[in-house]
Design a protein around this ligand. Structure first.
Ligand SMILES: C[S@@+](CC[C@H](N)C(=O)[O-])C[C@H]1O[C@@H](n2cnc3c(N)ncnc32)[C@H](O)[C@@H]1O
Length: 380
């Protein structure tokens, strides 16, 4: 059965489904894995051969600078003998690989304390992670989980980390006519509107805006329980969320309405009903919601900086030596400088992505010394 048939059958049986359910099925497929969704297919989704790039596809320096920041965070936590790095939605694990390799090479004390948990919901990607990290898993320094619900304990000292994770969670779409539901007729999907659920109303009123005539906005209510889950398992530490997104203030200023996008073989689109399961569907992340939900759950919002500010802060002290380590020839340096520019400066991905940093049991004063927060705006 194709994914389209599966979704149509569900709509026949249940009636029109909320957009978030449609998006969930497109991205993650049927619960038993057949038919698969975008993230559970065997075909490569990431990088040149796939559908989209992430910063770690550009150069390992992204993971290396993160490793440097995580080492500092471990020190701010008083260098505990064990620190858990918990990555949400690691995908192929490219970033984890860069972080682990650089930590092993440059930060031996941190490396000694580090235990890395990859929480990857797609069973197919989780299987590939088991392969990639087989040696480290055998040594007990890396672990792969398909859900944080499988973890029953508490991390005494932890850094939770997510790159482009929250943008892949299912969202609701709301227009001034109501909340979007998806129906199906004669092999085609169509949209209809119903009054927004109380949860969606509350989300928009607290963290976003109500759409004006002709506008659409998204409400990612699915993101909120994640902060509660994290607060339940982390006693002390940091959370670092990197994504493209916006704040409520920016929405109030008229920006970031209708941010839903599709990606297929590096082509950007806006029609989520085309080729279900074959294209990525994403929406910008509401950082006001993540930060407020984090605060309500027991985290302290520490800073929201652009990726450029974050990486500049970490890398400037040693003039980005982490990027140029293997360069022998001037041409090699020039190539890496371009890649770095793409990731870390406002002309590339640097202003498109933001970094939200939360703390728990960390004094804001201690956290203010983190190099990644050097260029943070005051008063966040
Ligand atoms: C856009 S990809 C980002 C991959 C990776 N972080 C990177 O930067 O390349 C989002 C990832 O989140 C995973 N994911 C989505 N929902 C999840 C969930 N509930 N639990 C764990 N992983 C999930 C997806 O399977 C996918 O690997």
């Amino acid at each position: 059965m194709t994914l389209r048939d599966y979704i149509e059958r569900e709509i026949r049986e249940r009636g029109p489904i909320p957009f978030s359910r449609y998006m969930e099925l497109c991205l993650y497929g049927a619960p038993a894995g057949d038919p698969p969704g975008f993230y559970s297919r065997a075909r490569e989704r990431f990088g040149k051969a796939g559908d989209f790039y992430t910063s770690s596809d550009v150069h390992a320096v992204f993971g290396r600078l993160l490793a440097r920041q995580f080492d500092e965070m471990w020190r701010v936590l008083d260098s505990p003998p064990r620190i858990d790095l918990v990555e949400l939605g690691p995908g192929r694990g490219l970033l984890a690989q860069d972080v682990l390799d650089w930590t092993a090479k440059k930060f031996p004390h941190f490396d000694h304390a580090l235990h890395y948990t990859l929480v990857e919901g797609s069973p197919e990607l989780a299987r590939r992670l088991q392969e990639r990290f087989a040696d480290r898993i055998a040594h007990g320094t890396v672990e792969v989980l398909t859900s944080l619900d499988d973890f029953r304990g508490k991390y005494d000292n932890a850094i939770v980390f997510a790159n482009e994770f929250f943008d892949a969670l299912p969202v609701e779409i709301v227009s001034e006519r109501g909340q979007v539901y998806v129906g199906a007729e004669n092999g085609r999907f169509f949209e209809l509107y119903r009054p927004p659920t109380p949860a969606v109303h509350e989300f928009l009123d607290r963290y976003g805006v109500r759409p004006e005539a002709g506008e659409r906005v998204e409400a990612c209510t699915a993101a909120l329980p994640w902060l509660k889950t994290l607060a339940a398992v982390v006693r002390r530490g940091f959370a670092v969320f990197i994504d493209y997104g916006y704040t409520r203030e920016e929405q109030l200023a008229g920006r970031h309405r209708d941010t839903l996008m599709t990606y297929r073989r590096h082509q950007v689109g806006t029609n989520p009903y085309e080729a279900p399961g074959e294209q990525d569907i994403t929406a910008h992340v509401n950082f006001t919601a993540l930060s407020a939900a984090g605060k309500a759950a027991g985290f302290d919002p520490l800073a929201l900086v652009t990726q450029a500010q974050f990486l500049m802060g970490i890398g400037e002290e040693n003039q980005f030596a982490d990027a140029f380590e293997e360069c022998q020839l001037p041409q090699e340096r020039a190539k890496v400088a371009l890649q770095l520019k793409h990731i870390a400066t406002p002309v590339g991905m640097g202003e498109v992505f933001d970094v939200l940093v939360l703390g728990r049991g960390v004094t804001p004063r201690a956290a203010a010394g983190l190099s990644g927060l050097k260029f943070a705006r005051k008063g966040f």
